[in-house]
Design a protein around this ligand. Structure first.
Ligand code: GTP
Ligand code: MG
Length: 457
């Protein structure tokens, strides 16, 4: 971290301005060398954190007309000296300015390196740094809000509270192990059990919430299934309001997986259209059918489409079987045609499943599908700010491990197992909790996390 890094922080493309930034010990020195203000004023003659107007120069050559600001450590994003240069947008100006900084001794920053420094210098914990990635990547308002609340420390506060409680319990256990004869006030087994139970319940609550959190962040993975020609691609097109998939009256039209995102009240709904499932000797279609079956595995929601104008056949039945024990909505389509489906037959396979009748051709019933999805996943409105939503798989996984350790310790307490055995589980739990905020984390994992960032962040 001793070197000074620089990168273009704005997206590369035609735009009004582009920002190049620099962080590290020599930022100000390099800034002084390349910036010339009005009347040859040097960068450090301007006030800290104030914008200055002038030119980026390489000796006598003018590179660009810019605004610039330097910010002295430690009150910066990275807690290091930083310089930000606001030059003209487009690909040439920012590139020229960056090249000059590199020529004067800055190193090109790795993706996420500014934020990594912010983490290593203690300005953000790891959960907050990861929230920054999520915010940059988020596609809807709700996923952005979750990132924002995590950046504000919603996870950090929760984890630090759980850690403190755990450390408190452990300190008492260690005292008891180390000084068994001394007459110090130690907690009873009962108190240990109660403390651990509280932690375990709190974790349960976080894990329940995390299901929502993950959906808010990654969206609802929705797969449209059905035999050929029932109207799957028509459904995708209607929901996404695009002519995304080819629709014809020839069974077997769709052969590939087609994906679209729609925004359902701020929640990303990823919709996957698949090939109609049937036995087929056509090689390409067969591969499509296999992909359709595969897509079921990662789905949060299945939309099984049936054709109302034909009675259920063995293919329909097989597809309904695939939807057993899954979050499913059955869509009985083509209601503009004569009804030949007996809903009892659907019930026989899927029980009390949500069924919606539609005529996609006439745009009938499509809104019901969206309302049903909202109800199914959120049962009304979602308020991100009023609770903690973990959304990152890494955090959720660490929390699940913490929970296992705590449960195992609780079992030991109830079985009167010696205190030092309990202590081992608890320190495992502490370690897992620390992985969320980064207190206990390996270099390799850190590298992997920050490599997912964009350049210049
Ligand atoms: N009458 C009627 N026809 C519809 C309706 N929805 C779709 N269709 C027609 O049904 C035919 C098949 O529609 P697609 O959307 O291509 O069906 P699919 O399920 O994607 O078919 P494959 O890709 O072959 O599996 C087309 O001719 C559509 O215009 C509807 O509600 N009513
Ligand atoms: Mg299709």
């Amino acid at each position: 971290m001793s070197n000074t890094i620089a990168a273009i922080s704005t997206a590369i493309g035609e735009a009004g301005i582009g920002i190049v930034r620099m962080s590290g010990k020599n930022s100000l020195e390099i800034g002084k060398e390349v910036f010339k203000g009005i009347n040859d004023k040097k960068l450090d003659e301007y006030e800290n954190r104030k914008m200055a107007y002038g030119h980026i120069v390489n000796g006598n050559e003018v590179i660009d007309e810019v605004l610039i600001a330097y910010m002295k450590e430690p009150y910066t994003y990275t807690k290091e000296n930083m310089v930000e240069i606001y030059c003209h947008g487009g690909i040439i100006a920012v590139r020229r300015v960056l090249d000059l900084l590199l020529e004067k001794g800055a190193m090109i920053a790795e993706p996420g390196e500014f934020t990594k420094r912010a983490f290593l210098n203690g300005r953000l914990d790891l959960s907050q740094a990861e929230a920054v990635i999520d915010m940059i990547h988020s596609k809807t308002e709700k996923s952005y809000d979750i990132g924002l609340s995590q950046l504000d420390g919603s996870i950090s506060k929760e984890v630090s509270d759980l850690r403190n409680r755990l450390i408190g319990i452990m300190a008492n256990i260690v005292a008891e192990i180390d000084f068994p004869e001394e007459d110090i006030e130690t907690i009873t087994l009962n108190e240990i059990a109660n403390g651990l139970k509280y932690i375990s319940e709190r974790i349960d609550h976080l894990l329940v919430n995390s299901k929502r959190g993950q959906i808010l962040r990654d969206g609802i993975n929705t797969v449209i299934l059905g035999r050929p020609n029932v109207g799957k691609s028509s459904l995708l097109n209607t929901l996404s309001k695009k002519n995304r998939a080819i629709v014809t009256n020839i069974p077997g039209t769709t052969r590939d997986i087609i994906e679209e995102y729609i925004n359902l009240d701020g929640i990303p709904l990823k919709i996957i259209d698949t090939a109609g499932i049937r036995e087929t000797s056509d090689l390409v279609e067969k591969i499509g059918v296999d992909l359709a079956r595969d897509a079921i595995k990662d789905a949060n929601l299945l939309l099984v489409v049936l054709d109302n104008s034909e009675s259920l056949n063995s293919e329909d039945r097989e597809i309904l079987q695939l939807a057993k024990d899954k979050n499913t909505i059955v869509i009985v389509n083509k209601s503009d045609l004569e009804n030949k489906i007996d809903s009892k037959e659907i019930e026989m396979i899927l029980g009390n499943v949500k069924t919606i009748t539609t005529s996609i051709l006439n745009n009938d019933g499509v809104d019901d599908i969206l309302d049903t999805i909202k109800d199914m996943f959120f049962g009304g409105e979602i308020k991100v700010e009023s609770d903690v939503y973990l959304s990152n798989v890494r955090h959720i996984d660490a929390l699940k491990r913490t929970k296992k350790s705590i449960e195992s310790a609780l079992l030991d307490v109830n079985n009167n197992v010696p205190l030092d055995c309990i202590e081992v589980d608890l320190s495992d739990g502490l370690e897992y909790l620390g992985q969320i905020t980064g207190e206990s984390i390996g270099e390799d994992i850190l590298d992997k996390i920050f490599s997912e960032f964009c350049l210049g962040k």
